[in-house]
Design a protein around this ligand. Structure first.
Ligand SMILES: Cc1cc2nc3c(=O)[nH]c(=O)nc-3n(C[C@H](O)[C@H](O)[C@H](O)COP(=O)(O)O)c2cc1C
Length: 202
């Protein structure tokens, strides 16, 4: 049974453009895969550990190939459990608002927590090797304006997908959500059509 991990990162919920289009995508994807499982990870309602203290020490111990102390191992448990949700999925779907040319800090927090050696990637002298290969990712990105210069939203998500080994990554852009209700509605409708077409393909 195919499994989709949906990572929701707008706190605007009912008013959010990225969530609205992501829901259209999920509905179209579920009609193509009856019985498929959707696991939702809302970064605003999921406790994420602070990345300091024993968690940080565990990360560096892992990088150096040292055994974890019992305290580090306990701190790592929540991280392993979050990372396992990425491994269990066949498809990752992100709804991502643009915040200050980048992604919301809560999504960055999740990414910083789960992107760990031996969980989502390995590395040695030859370089990085992502461990999520074979999966696909879709990023539904909302932007208040358009043609943001030097944007770090899609560019960042593309780079992260490649780091964890996901070569098949797609995005749908909803632009100009702050340009008044008519422009916003049109942008959401255009993106929803693109989402339905993409859901049939991935
Ligand atoms: C903190 C914050 C920062 C923002 N920064 C930008 C930005 O740099 N560029 C832009 O085009 N829109 C920016 N916006 C507008 C959002 O991208 C826009 O409202 C978008 O629709 C948010 O996605 P959502 O509707 O899914 O929440 C910002 C909004 C917030 C709340």
């Amino acid at each position: 049974m195919p499994r989709l991990l949906y990572i929701e990162s707008s706190p605007r919920k009912q008013r959010s453009a990225s969530i609205e289009v992501a829901k259209v995508f999920i509905s179209a994807w579920k009609s193509k895969h009856p019985g498929a499982v959707v696991d939702t990870l809302d970064v605003w309602n999921t406790p994420l550990p602070e990345f300091d203290g024993a968690v940080l020490d565990a990360k560096y111990a892992g990088i150096q190939g040292l055994p974890l102390t019992p305290e580090q191992d306990a701190a790592w448990t929540q991280i392993r459990s979050l990372a396992s949700r990425f491994h269990e999925a066949d498809l990752l779907l992100f709804s991502v608002p643009m915040w200050n040319f980048g992604i919301p800090y809560k999504l960055k927090h999740l990414i910083d927590v789960v992107s760990q050696k031996d969980l989502l990637f390995t590395f040695d002298e030859r370089g990085l090797k992502g461990m999520l290969d074979g999966r696909a990712a879709v990023v539904i990105a909302a932007q208040g304006a358009s043609r943001n210069r030097k944007e770090h939203q899609l560019a960042y998500m593309d780079t992260w997908c490649e780091m964890v080994g996901i070569t098949e990554h797609h995005h749908i852009l909803i632009e100009k959500t702050l340009f008044g209700p008519e422009v916003d509605t049109q942008a959401r409708e255009d993106a929803s059509l693109a989402a339905i077409a993409l859901a049939r393909q991935v």
